[in-house]
Ligand binder design. Structure first.
Ligand code: HEC
Length: 107
């Protein structure tokens, strides 16, 4: 219950941040903003970005690897668990959906 309340609070805070827009199914533009903030330290998240870690695949590469809708959906599951190299990463379902929508838009 506490975890759920925390998530609701985080989603609410996110919604306030984005100007009170409703909880949409997916918002690629939000996903891009989240990616630039949380993922760009390691991944090249957009064509404009010039530096990234060599170990992390670019989001364009990930989009190509996840070319089918079901592979994209599977990405939501991958992102629900923090990935090993970034232990403190904890995303809300909405953030995950937005990120995956953004990645899907890159292919
Ligand atoms: C601290 C560096 C770092 C950060 C920050 C980071 N990643 Fe990664 N990520 C990596 C590395 C390194 C790999 C490749 C090695 C691996 O798969 O573990 C990777 C792999 C991935 C993959 C590949 C999964 C697959 O299909 O194999 C996805 C998707 C991904 N990251 C998404 C994200 C997203 C979304 C964010 C931001 C919320 C993010 N990463 C933030 C380092 C990072």
């Amino acid at each position: 219950m506490r975890v759920l309340a925390g998530r609701i609070a985080m989603v609410a805070a996110l919604l306030v941040l984005v100007g009170g827009s409703s909880l949409a199914a997916s918002r690629p533009e939000q996903g891009k903003a989240i990616a630039q903030r949380w993922c760009a330290a390691c991944h090249q998240v957009s064509a404009e970005q010039t530096t990234a870690s060599a170990d992390a695949p670019s989001f364009m590469t990930i989009a190509q690897m996840r070319a089918t809708p079901s592979a994209l959906v599977a990405l939501e599951g991958f992102l629900a668990d923090p990935h090993p190299v970034m232990p403190e990463m904890s995303l809300t379902r909405q953030e995950i959906r937005d990120l995956v929508a953004y990645i899907g838009s890159l292919k």
